[in-house]
Design a protein around this ligand. Structure first.
Ligand code: HEC
Ligand code: HEC
Ligand code: HEC
Ligand code: HEC
Ligand code: HEC
Length: 188
């Protein structure tokens, strides 16, 4: 009985949350899904992580250095960018590369606009997912083929708890569900 009430309550609140999202979008400087954000530097994922000829085939975790061991995947520091780019001025967009130097010399972090974000009351640990063998692309799309990130990939389902729970319910190798759906695992 209590369980039924709980599930009904969650569905109700989720419907309300859904309505609020359509009207207003999430709070703060995050992408509301509309694709209208502007990054402070036009950082091209494809030139760095793509494996086409002339691209650099860099591992995602070279830059997103903590995905395997921490809750956050991590964003590289301006010193990491400058470490390469002091010797690589850029052949097509040198003006974008020049901005790295400005942030570096000012000792300021690059103010990237956050794209992927869930509500603060829920908890998403990258390391558990990466260590379970999931690919970044399953949740973020083919990032290595993208130019400047201005919106979320359509594969992203993180505006709604159902995306998380549906995958957790899928059977693992032992036939049981592969991850917990207890409320307290994600909400605390
Ligand atoms: C050379 C460093 C570098 C590499 C390699 C790299 N990234 Fe990134 N990534 C960044 C930077 C800088 C940002 C922030 C700017 C932006 O959103 O484009 C970012 C942003 C992202 C975001 C959005 C974060 C947010 O704001 O929510 C995702 C998702 C992401 N990267 C995934 C990947 C994946 C997957 C790969 C491998 C295919 C990869 N990245 C390779 C540097 C890198
Ligand atoms: C491991 C070395 C490496 C790191 C680290 C790195 N880059 Fe790059 N980046 C490259 C290479 C190589 C290119 C291709 C340059 C070219 O084609 O002229 C490139 C291209 C670029 C371009 C496009 C330049 C153009 O002329 O088209 C931008 C902008 C850029 N990087 C920004 C960044 C930022 C911002 C960071 C840090 C988040 C970063 N890079 C980290 C190696 C790196
Ligand atoms: C199971 C789905 C899933 C997988 C797999 C996944 N992510 Fe994420 N990613 C998310 C979610 C959900 C968020 C938002 C987390 C939040 O708001 O707390 C996120 C946020 C991010 C961010 C933004 C902020 C940060 O530092 O965490 C980056 C960068 C990122 N992911 C990169 C990656 C990379 C690189 C990989 C692969 C090594 C990866 N993700 C694998 C779901 C995933
Ligand atoms: C696998 C992780 C996961 C589990 C398990 C889970 N939730 Fe959630 N839940 C989330 C995420 C993520 C969101 C927020 C999505 C977003 O960013 O809008 C959410 C949103 C909600 C909301 C909407 C509130 C709001 O502000 O958007 C309620 C209420 C809620 N969860 C209650 C519950 C209850 C009760 C349970 C147990 C029956 C539960 N959740 C189990 C991940 C989970
Ligand atoms: C594509 C499938 C997939 C998606 C989508 C996914 N997860 Fe998971 N999640 C897993 C798997 C698999 C594990 C189990 C890892 C393990 O066994 O250690 C897991 C584990 C977890 C854990 C640790 C559970 C524990 O028992 O301690 C949390 C918390 C979690 N996920 C939260 C989330 C949230 C929040 C979202 C949505 C924003 C989400 N997950 C989306 C597959 C997924």
């Amino acid at each position: 009985m209590r369980k039924h009430w709980l599930i009904g309550g969650v569905a109700g609140v989720l419907m309300l949350a859904g309505a609020a999202f359509v009207q207003g979008g999430p709070e703060g400087e995050t992408d509301a899904g509309g694709g209208d954000i502007v990054q402070p530097i036009a950082f091209p994922h494809n030139q760095h992580a793509g494996n086409e000829p002339g691209q650099n085939n860099m591992d995602c975790q070279f830059c997103h250095y903590s995905a395997e061991r921490s809750v956050d995947a991590g964003i590289p520091s301006v010193a990491t960018c400058w470490g390469c780019h002091q010797a690589i001025p850029g052949t097509n967009k040198p003006e974008e590369v020049a901005k790295i130097r400005e942030y570096y010399e000012a000792g300021e972090p690059i103010p990237w606009v956050r794209i992927y974000k869930i509500s603060d009351h829920a908890h998403f640990p990258h390391m558990r997912h990466v260590n379970a063998g999931l690919e970044c692309q399953q949740c973020h799309g083919e990032v290595q083929e993208m130019e400047v990130l201005t919106e979320r990939s359509p594969v992203w389902g993180g505006d709604n708890m159902g995306w998380c729970v549906d995958c957790h319910r899928q059977p693992g190798e032992d036939g049981k569900q592969q991850a917990s759906t207890d409320c307290a695992v994600c909400h605390y």
